[in-house]
Design a protein around this ligand. Structure first.
Ligand SMILES: *[C@@H]1O[C@H](CO)[C@@H](O)[C@H](O)[C@H]1NC(C)=O
Ligand SMILES: *[C@@H]1O[C@H](CO)[C@@H](O)[C@H](O)[C@H]1NC(C)=O
Ligand SMILES: *[C@@H]1O[C@H](CO)[C@@H](O)[C@H](O)[C@H]1NC(C)=O
Length: 396
C-alpha cells in the first residue's frame, strides 16, 4: 500500500519535473531567440530607438510574467532567467549609450562620403564632427541659380538620379511616358525630349511627386486609390506597389493642385509628403518593400505651400502666393527635433515670374532641380551645420 502511494507520488513528481523542464527549455529557447534577434538589430542600429525601446519593454514584461508562472521551487531556472534579465539590462544600457552618444537621425549613411571629403578641410574640427552625427546640414541660403532650359509644359519634373547620374524629365502632370538623358549636359544640348530615351510605364503618373534613386523610379498613380509604384528603370518592370493611406484626394500643396503626394527617394529610404487635414504629413517608407515605417505631422500648413524637399531628415516647405511672388522656405520640420523653424533661416528664392511645379533635391550636388513655368532651373544651396551638433548637450 505504502509502496503504491509512494510510486504514485514519484510518478506525479516526475511528471511535474518533465513539465517544468519542458517549460524551461521552451522559455530558454524563446529568450535566446529574442536575444539574438535583438543583438542583430543593435548591430543594424538605426534611428528607430523608440520602437526598440517599446519592444524591450514588452519583452521584459513577458519575461517577468513567465518568471512568475514558474513559481518558487525552480530556483535553478530562476537563476538562469535572472542571467537572461541581466543580459537584457546590458543590451538596454548599450542601447541607451548608443542613443546618447549618437542621437538617431535618418541620413548617417548618406553622409559617410561627405565626411571623407571633409577630412581634409576639417582636420581641426575632427573631434566634434566625428563624435556627433555626420548628417547635420541645414540649408542657409541659395548660393546660385542657373536657368538651364525651357522645355515642355508649364508644369513638370526634372530630376537626377543621385546614384546613376541619369536625368529624367516628366512633362506635364499626367502621362505614362518619361524621358531619360545620360547627363544634365546631354539634356541641355538636346532640342527637346526627342533625343532622350522614351520610357513608357505600365500605369500613368499623376502630379509632380515622382522620385528617382539608384535606377528605380518611385511614382504616384491615382487609379481609384492612390498608389506608389516602384519601377525598375533598368529592365522596365514593376518592382513593387503600395496603396497610400490617404483619405481625401486633395493636394499636399494647395498651390500645386495636381500633386496629391510628393515622394523623395534617397540613400536612407523613401519619404512621402501627403495631405492630412490642413497640414502636411510625412511618412518614412522602406524603399525595398514600400512599407511605411513611421509617420509625422509636420504641422506645416498646406495652404499656399508650393513644394517641399528633404535634407538630412529635415523637411523644408516652400510657400508662395497666388499670383506667384517670391518663393520662400517658411516652415521646417526635423524628424530628429534638432532644427526648429527659428533656427532655419528664412530662405528666399530669386524673384521669378512663375511658380515652382516641383523642386527635387540632389544631396550629392547640394542643388535643387526646379521646374518653373516650363523652365528647368538649378538652385545651388549653401549648407551649414545644425547648431545642436556644434554644441552637443552633455550626458546627464
Ligand atoms: C509637353 O507636353 C505638352 C502637352 O502635353 C506638349 O504639347 C509638348 O510638346 C510636350 N513637350 C515636350 C518637350 O515633350
Ligand atoms: C491621373 O492621370 C490619369 C491619366 O492621365 C487621368 O485619367 C486621371 O484623371 C488623373 N487623376 C487625377 C486625380 O488627376
Ligand atoms: C528586373 O531586374 C530585377 C533585379 O535587377 C529582377 O529582380 C527582376 O526579376 C527583373 N525583372 C524582369 C522582368 O526582368
Amino acid at each position: 500500500m505504502k509502496v503504491a502511494v509512494f510510486c504514485s507520488f514519484l510518478f506525479t513528481a516526475l511528471a511535474r519535473l518533465s513539465l517544468a523542464q519542458y517549460h524551461y527549455q521552451g522559455l530558454m529557447n524563446y529568450l535566446e531567440n529574442r536575444m539574438i534577434a535583438m543583438e542583430e538589430r543593435i548591430a543594424l542600429w538605426h534611428e528607430q530607438t523608440n520602437r526598440y525601446n517599446s519592444d524591450l519593454k514588452e519583452f521584459r514584461q513577458q519575461a517577468a510574467d513567465l518568471l512568475e508562472k514558474l513559481g518558487k521551487d525552480h530556483d535553478a531556472l530562476k537563476m538562469d532567467l535572472e542571467k537572461a534579465g541581466a543580459k537584457v539590462d546590458r543590451v538596454e544600457r548599450e542601447m541607451d549609450y548608443i542613443e546618447t552618444r549618437n542621437p538617431p537621425r535618418p541620413c548617417v549613411k548618406a553622409d559617410d562620403r561627405m565626411v571623407e571629403q571633409e577630412v581634409v578641410t576639417r582636420e581641426r574640427k575632427k573631434d566634434v564632427f566625428f563624435e556627433v552625427s555626420v548628417c547635420m546640414d541645414i540649408i542657409s541660403r541659395i548660393r546660385a541659380m542657373k536657368i538651364l532650359k525651357r522645355m515642355g509644359s508649364p508644369k513638370g519634373v526634372w530630376t537626377k538620379d543621385a546614384r546613376t547620374a541619369k536625368v529624367y524629365v516628366f512633362n506635364g502632370t499626367s502621362e505614362n511616358t518619361l524621358y531619360e538623358f545620360g547627363s544634365v549636359r546631354e539634356l541641355s544640348a538636346s532640342s527637346g525630349t526627342s533625343t532622350g530615351r522614351q520610357i513608357t510605364l505600365p500605369f500613368f503618373w499623376n502630379g509632380t511627386g515622382h522620385a528617382v534613386y539608384d535606377g528605380y523610379l518611385y511614382y504616384v498613380s491615382d487609379r481609384e486609390v492612390l498608389q506608389v509604384i516602384k519601377y525598375d528603370l533598368r529592365n522596365g518592370s514593376v518592382a513593387d506597389t503600395a496603396v497610400l493611406p490617404v483619405e481625401d484626394h486633395t493636394p499636399v500643396y494647395t498651390l500645386n493642385p495636381d500633386t496629391l503626394v510628393d515622394l523623395v527617394a534617397e540613400e536612407e529610404g523613401l519619404w512621402a509628403l501627403y495631405p492630412s487635414g490642413d497640414t502636411i504629413n510625412l511618412a518614412k517608407m522602406d524603399s525595398d518593400t514600400l512599407d511605411i515605417e513611421q509617420m509625422w505631422d509636420t504641422t506645416c500648413p498646406r495652404e499656399n505651400a508650393e513644394a517641399a524637399f528633404v535634407v538630412c531628415g529635415t523637411v523644408y516647405v516652400i510657400y508662395n502666393t497666388k499670383p506667384p511672388s517670391r518663393s520662400r522656405v517658411q516652415c521646417v520640420f526635423d524628424v530628429n527635433d534638432m532644427v526648429t523653424s527659428g533656427e532655419a533661416p528664412l530662405v528666399y528664392f530669386p524673384r521669378r515670374y512663375g511658380a515652382h511645379a516641383s523642386l527635387k533635391y540632389n544631396p550629392e550636388e547640394q542643388q535643387l532641380y526646379a521646374w518653373d513655368d516650363g523652365y528647368q532651373i538649378l538652385y545651388k544651396l549653401a549648407l551649414k551645420k545644425k547648431l545642436w551638433a556644434l554644441a552637443p548637450p552633455t550626458d546627464p
